[in-house]
Design a protein around this ligand. Structure first.
Ligand SMILES: Nc1ncnc2c1ncn2[C@@H]1O[C@H](COP(=O)(O)OP(=O)(O)O)[C@@H](O)[C@H]1O
Ligand SMILES: [Mg+2]
Length: 254
């Protein structure tokens, strides 16, 4: 039985520009999905400094570099957090991830499903930008979330990414995900701005699912390696990520 038969799903968290919140969103979305009873793995394909491993307070002896080098299997590098989140730790250098084409992101994802047969969802923390290896990862993700903030560089770079997805005819299950917005209304406004640009220049709309509000709890939880659902269950963040997870499950996984 192939992994698609099990209705498992791959959600890619991408952005045009770095530093807009991909890792924060990947980790907390994965934890929100777990809180909703899903079995989730997080594939760290982002090369940022604050990687998923760090955010989860985990220390992995091996990582994707070892898999790409053929020294370890996906199962051997995977580690599981207290919450039950399976993490496939990121590669340690740019060079390694650039080689991902040889291995192909698709077969990497397939081996994660093969290794963990009861998995419902893989969240991929993708790298920022439009590199070929990044696009390869995006192609392996059925659902893609394009994270952006309300500032010109982030909007322009997010549009660049959406434009490429449009060229590849991959606008289905591609969602704009505003981050660090003041409230849900301003998140929707930012989406509308992006949708207007897409309608004008790509002549097709882009989809919207939810926004993540600016919340100091996120920075605090990161610093203290805490789980927002356990320690700040009533925070804006916990609510936002639960709503995002719920909306994704509803619109894609059922
Ligand atoms: N909604 C938010 N509210 C407050 N701080 C946030 C929010 N989203 C991200 N941040 C902070 O922004 C910084 C960059 O986020 P990060 O997830 O590392 O971005 P990326 O992975 O895209 O490079 C981190 O310090 C993170 O804590
Ligand atoms: Mg990151």
């Amino acid at each position: 039985m192939s992994y698609t038969d099990k209705r498992t799903h791959v959600i890619g968290v991408a952005s045009g520009k770095g530093g807009v919140g991909k890792t924060t969103i990947s980790v907390n979305l994965a934890l929100a999905l777990i809180a909703q009873g899903k079995k989730v793995a997080l594939l760290d394909a982002d090369l940022g400094l604050a990687n998923a491993q760090l955010l989860l307070g985990l220390n992995a002896p091996f990582n994707l570099s070892d898999v790409i080098a053929g020294k370890k299997t996906v199962g051997e590098v995977s580690i599981t957090s207290d919450e039950g989140l399976i993490l496939i730790p990121g590669a340690s250098g740019d060079a390694e991830l650039a080689n991902i084409n040889a291995l192909t992101a698709q077969s990497l994802i397939q081996s994660i499903f093969a290794e963990h047969s009861d998995l419902d969802i893989i969240v991929v923390d993708a790298a920022a930008g439009l590199s070929e290896s990044n696009l390869t990862f995006m192609r392996a993700c059925e659902t893609r979330l394009v994270v952006l903030q309300d500032e010109p560089a982030s909007i322009a770079d997010a549009y660049g990414l959406i434009k490429l997805q449009s060229k590849e005819r991959r606008m289905e299950k591609l969602y704009v995900l505003p981050n660090r917005v003041a409230n849900q209304n301003s998140g929707r406004d930012l989406f509308k701005k992006m949708n207007g640009v897409c309608m004008r220049f790509l002549e097709e709309p882009v989809s919207y699912i939810h926004a993540i509000e600016e919340d100091s709890v996120l920075t605090l939880a990161t610093r203290k390696r805490e789980n927002i659902f356990k320690n700040y269950g009533h925070s804006k963040s916990a609510k936002n990520f639960s709503a995002l997870a719920e909306a994704l499950v509803k619109s894609n996984l059922e």
